[in-house]
Write a protein that binds this ligand. Sequence first.
Ligand SMILES: [Zn+2]
Length: 380
Amino acid sequence: MMNPLNTIDAKFQEMVALVEAWVNINSHASHQRGIEILLKEVEKAFSALHPESMERVTLGKGQALFLTKRAKAPIQIYFGGHLDTVYSPQSPFQKATYLDEHTMRGPGATDMKGGLVVLLKALETFETIPEAAQIGWQIFLNCDEEIGSIYSTAFIESLASRCQLACIFEPSFPDGALVSQRKGSATYHVWAKGKKAHAGRTPEEGKNAIYPLARFITQVAPLTDFSKGILVNVGVVQGGEATNIIPDYAACDLNVRCDTPESQHALDSELRHFAQEERLELTRISFRPPKPFDSKTQSLFQELKSCASQLGIDLKWRASGGVCDGNTLAAKGVPTIDTLGVRGGNIHTDEEYLDLRSLCERTKLTLLFLQEIARGKIKL
Ligand SMILES: [Zn+2]
């Protein structure tokens, strides 16, 4: 039998075509019609894995795709990814183009439609080898990751207890380094209610909603502490209509990031305290715990590194302030590698590009990693 690793290069054109087709379908989390079209395409492609079950799960206002195979196999792995992107249907950035023979520019090409194709092709090839019987898997593909997995987090948590390893196909850093550790992240919506009045005629009847919110913002901004890895960002502020109207409503959205559950808890308390002092309403919209680089995860990264070196890749890793569903799984105690997807850059901008060479490279890496696990050479 031909070494399965040697069959990957021949799939290059097919992989590029798949990425291009999926990139050309707008799948912003709010764009239900686009999500529906992409879900159908992804279902068709992933049916090649002959899953034992493949279902759509409705989670709040979100949809997701859930596939399983060999639930009784001795080794159980979670494979994850997301179908949504950050580009709205109104964005001018909608289609894939080619900057040169190695580079596709396109919305979601790297984050993470390229990664979905890597997962598909690695697993499709893995399924052809006899050792595949050793590994059972579940694949979970959500459509709300870019909005904080607000609908799907609980479902992801519920899957964690069934698996010994989680592999997520988010992009690596542009230089190919993986993400080791991730900060925790929480997003809040804070708003003030006042009373509307004419600013000149009846000012004593009004209550300005912007002032308490502004005081709150000046309290929370200094919580940023680079030396402790604490980041606070007030990113959106709304309020007011005109200078001659006392505003009755003001609101802001802010995000906080930090490295430990303790500081995440402390920050949460401080925000609530400041909000209470100014009589503001506060709700937490999304929450992801920090993803530590513990010893179990470190040894898995070492195993992956030795797989990479067999393929001639010098694999490195470093911490990131970005978050993903890997945070959720790791916090449930599952050793998680969450950047097994493609190499590329400028994600979340109109310059997002994918290094097409990484499609085969990363597919081989995942395939070899799974082979070594199935053969018992890597112990989970
Ligand atoms: Zn992503």
